[in-house]
Design a protein around this ligand. Sequence first.
Ligand SMILES: [Zn+2]
Length: 187
Amino acid sequence: MSVMNVMVGMNSSWVIKYIMDLRGITTQYKQIWDNMLQNRKFNMKKIYDAMIDDNTRVTWRYLFKNNCARPRANHVAWLIFHGKLGTKNRLSHFGLIKENFSSLCKTDDESIRHLFFECRITNNIWKYILKWQEVNHVPGSWQDELNWVIKFTARNGWRVNMMKLALSETLGWGSTNLRDHIAKLMC
Ligand SMILES: [Zn+2]
């Protein structure tokens, strides 16, 4: 069966649903596709450049340019920026777990906003990282941090690249299963 005819199940992940939704627009790029078939050389950049326009470019895209963090950390950061990280709030909303207290401080509900960086534990870590990077910035709400990151990472240079790495790894750390064990050590 062709991928163009596959039905998308109700239980499919949002990523699969999104990808399958894009099938409808592939006909617009048939000319590019046919040219590549004729030249017997596939070029992902050509297809990507044709499909994307300025309206679909996210404001935080520079965070991932020249970011040397581990792929896992960058993937987690990408999920967080899309608001799709599997926090306890989100998991309990889908009925997968019963309690939704922060895995770190055990006091507030675990949401993206709480983990980054309202939670006193991740807030302290982020402050430490900023100090280590010699960046004069006081962490605020998640939205404040998002705005700050967008502004900071729009520039170039090794300091900016270090900050990108540090942020991705901090976000990655805050969402790993190890956080339970580390939190016990820090209490
Ligand atoms: Zn917390």
